[in-house]
Design a protein around this ligand. Structure first.
Ligand code: COA
Length: 433
């Protein structure tokens, strides 16, 4: 497999680099931790390492050193399309360099050969209660495939530690290859009377998802690839990435680890925010029977804050500027359907809400994050069941977290075990100052 060769070729150098750093400079301090941070969700505590993406507070995400606009320009795309192949993005995440068209297509081909979803996965999903959340279905589908993990099998057969990453890569490729069909199944099963659309082996991974969703407009294929690129990775400290990393650090395989990561994504402060965000937009829309005036929107935003709720889609733990993932989707909407009502409303919210949050003065970041707009774009294409949005986020996020876990194993990262203290101990430390 091309990805395996490309990673293999870099391993001696990477391993030596890390070994040397830890051996010679292992005692060098990179930061301090305050009591406020311990009680404050470990915000800004430097305790993780990844070379796959980095979030600059002002500039936003860089994947392997490339900004979002750079990626949209440089990654290979299907002819006549504006969003890159997801296979090319995965190559970049894993290998670290921009692939050629052939390299991107090689990943796409590899996924095609691994894309058959075992029938038992669908049986399990069909057996779940009718009112189960689509994210629960998605996480369950991933978890139930754990029985097929090559990593688990090879580990128990005694594989050497420095080869752990290889079955981790194999498992990740198998898992990712199946995600579009699993996600589309959940959508069609839950919302479209179970009328399934068979996979089209001629299509690339992202387009095939769009096809199996049953969205007729071909532009939705571009949007799907764009969406999967934008949501794939966001450093290691966010809940879904950190959970996946933590679970995998005990040498659980990617099925266990990714399923756990998705469970973290399900929280309203993380992935679920994109569904809450559209719910909030529609709440405004319904209240005013259409796109409101700026004054009405201003009042509605204040009403939300005064009732003790957050405005979903705004604010970020790290970013201090408009999220470039928001901008990429905003630009897509502006280009293709600026007159769409829900999109127009989302654009007006972008105009009004930051100033409301600034007036209130609580949020450290009053700017939109990725979730503020993604739902409005899905809505335009008729994917209006916003319970489903976190499944799409999950499909994308598994690209990033699996790439991280493969490299964790390649570089021999140990089981994670942070130290905790009691409140009395912290009080005693504080009393000495
Ligand atoms: C993303 C988020 C969870 C980051 O949390 P954080 O790092 O604790 O954010 P801050 O440090 O800026 O929070 C400081 C205060 O501002 C508030 N705040 C932050 N974003 C806010 C928002 N969008 N609306 C209202 N209040 C907000 C916080 O609730 C907090 O209030 P508190 O002191 O009463 O607890 C937070 O901004 C939020 O809840 N946003 C809305 C949900 C969302 O969009 N989530 C998706 C993230 S990708």
């Amino acid at each position: 497999m091309l990805l395996k060769e490309r990673i293999q070729a870099q391993l001696p150098e990477w391993r030596e680099r890390v070994r040397k750093l830890v051996k010679e400079k292992g005692d060098v301090k990179v930061g301090e931790v305050t009591i406020g941070q311990i009680y404050g969700g470990m915000r800004d505590v430097r305790g993780l390492v990844t070379d796959i993406s980095y979030v600059d507070p002002v500039e936003g995400i860089r994947f392997r050193g490339y900004t979002i606009p750079e990626l949209l320009e440089k990654l290979p795309k299907p002819e006549g399309s504006e969003a890159p192949y997801v296979g090319g993005l995965y190559y970049l995440l894993l290998v670290g360099s921009i692939p050629t068209l052939d390299e991107a297509l090689a990943v796409e081909e590899e996924w095609k050969t691994r894309s058959k979803v075992p029938a038992y996965v669908f049986d399990v999903l069909r057996a779940l209660p009718e009112d189960v959340h689509p994210v629960t279905m998605f996480s369950t589908a991933i978890l139930v495939m754990q029985r097929e993990s090559l990593f688990a099998r090879e580990y128990h057969a005694g594989i050497k530690k420095d080869a752990y990453w290889e079955p981790m890569l194999e498992d990740s490729m198998n898992l990712i290859a199946r995600l579009p069909e699993i996600a589309a199944f959940i959508y069609r099963f839950k919302y479209k009377g179970g009328e399934l659309i068979p996979s089209d082996p001629k299509l690339d991974w992202g387009s095939n998802f769009a096809h199996m969703m049953g969205v007729a407009d071909a532009k939705y294929r571009d949007l799907s690839r764009l969406y999967f690129l934008l949501h794939s990775d966001h450093e290691s400290g966010n809940v879904s990435a950190h959970t996946t990393h933590l679970v995998a650090s005990s040498l659980s395989d990617i099925f266990y680890a990714a399923s756990a990561g998705i469970d973290g994504l399900a929280g309203p402060l993380h992935g679920l925010a994109n569904q809450e965000c559209l719910g909030w937009l529609l709440g405004v829309y319904n209240k005013y029977n259409g796109v409101p005036s700026r004054e009405e929107l201003h009042r509605y935003a204040w009403d939300t804050l005064n009732s003790g709720q957050v405005i979903p889609g705004y604010g970020h733990a790290v970013l201090r500027k408009t999220d470039p993932r928001f901008t990429a989707q905003y630009d897509f909407g502006m280009k293709h359907f600026p007159q769409d009502d829900v999109f127009k409303l989302a654009a007006m919210v972008y105009d009004v809400v930051p100033s409301v949050l600034l007036e209130q003065g609580k949020a450290k970041d009053p700017w939109p994050n990725v979730d503020a707009i993604s739902g409005a774009l899905q809505y335009h294409y008729g994917v209006t069941e916003f319970d489903f949005y976190t499944v799409m986020f999950g499909v994308s996020r598994i690209l990033g977290v699996s790439a991280n876990v493969i490299w964790d194993r390649a570089l021999g990262q140990p089981i994670e075990r942070a130290k905790s203290l009691t409140t009395a101990m912290l009080e005693a430390i504080a009393a000495k100052v």
